[in-house]
Design a binder for this molecule. Structure first.
Ligand code: HEC
Ligand code: HEC
Length: 204
């Protein structure tokens, strides 16, 4: 694990440096016009395979944009969208999307999976990092109410080590999950209530 950390730690250091700059929500709102075709109006995605950005912690958004721009995280659709962003663009976009109220989830959890989902998130301590209600904090994303196909692809990606992650924890967390547990977790988490962030641009 140590070997993988060096690069990620360097990126993380740069990330915190760029997160420190002043961010402008209004400028972010204007820059976000370029994101709407995929991430939906106001960052509430209508595509089950594309993540919603509304109400994510600002530090998480700016960090992921940085990772895409530096090609630490790659995706054929998202990588080109991050390529030309400056550090201040990333901070403005992050402040704006963090300030937007997330839409309630469209996904409805199958009744049998609710209790099993609660048990699995306790067993694997998902709440410990993703915070109460899985609403995210600092560099850890909100997963509650996130698009189901996207959640499934990420959990499989962490397990198969094709989705990069900042500190290696999430890759480690995904290793013991069976395919069936991933399905239950996805069905449960995608149907969870979303909450607005406490303060505009806050919960960095
Ligand atoms: C052409 C479609 C497209 C455009 C335009 C686009 N994105 Fe994305 N974005 C995606 C896809 C698809 C993913 C998921 C990638 C994956 O599966 O790893 C993504 C992922 C992300 C993530 C990571 C979210 C998470 O939960 O991990 C962030 C942050 C993000 N995009 C921000 C933006 C911003 C800000 C813009 C506008 C400047 C933008 N995107 C424009 C398609 C797009
Ligand atoms: C030790 C802390 C920790 C634990 C425990 C943890 N996570 Fe994570 N998780 C993270 C971090 C940090 C990220 C962001 C990784 C990155 O991209 O750098 C993340 C990312 C994710 C993502 C990707 C979301 C997105 O928008 O891209 C999913 C899905 C996820 N976690 C689900 C889970 C589930 C389900 C559990 C419990 C089985 C869990 N996590 C337990 C820290 C944790």
């Amino acid at each position: 694990m140590r070997r993988g950390l060096t690069g990620a730690a360097a990126l993380a250091a740069a990330l915190f440096a760029c997160a420190a700059g002043a961010a402008d929500i209004e400028a972010g709102r204007q820059k976000a016009a370029a994101c709407a075709e995929c991430h939906g109006p106001d960052g509430n995605s209508n595509d089950p395979a594309v993540p919603s950005l509304a109400g994510q912690p600002a530090q998480f958004i700016s960090g992921q944009l940085f990772f895409f721009r530096e090609e630490y995280r790659k995706d054929p659709k998202m990588s080109p969208a991050a390529k030309a962003l400056s550090n201040s663009d990333m901070n403005d976009l992050a402040a704006y999307f963090a300030s937007v109220r997330p839409a309630p989830p469209k996904h409805v959890t199958a009744s049998g999976n609710e209790q099993r989902g609660i048990e699995l998130t306790q067993k694997f301590r998902c709440v410990q990092c993703h915070s109460a209600g899985l609403q995210g904090q600092q560099h850890v994303p909100r997963i509650a109410g996130q698009q189901p196909e996207y959640l499934r692809a990420q959990l499989r990606g962490f397990k198969q080590r094709t989705r990069s992650d900042i500190d290696g924890y999430m890759t480690q967390m995904a290793q013991p999950l069976s395919d069936q547990e991933i399905e239950v977790l996805v069905d449960y988490i995608a149907g969870l209530r979303t909450a607005a962030r406490a303060a505009a641009g806050g919960s960095r």
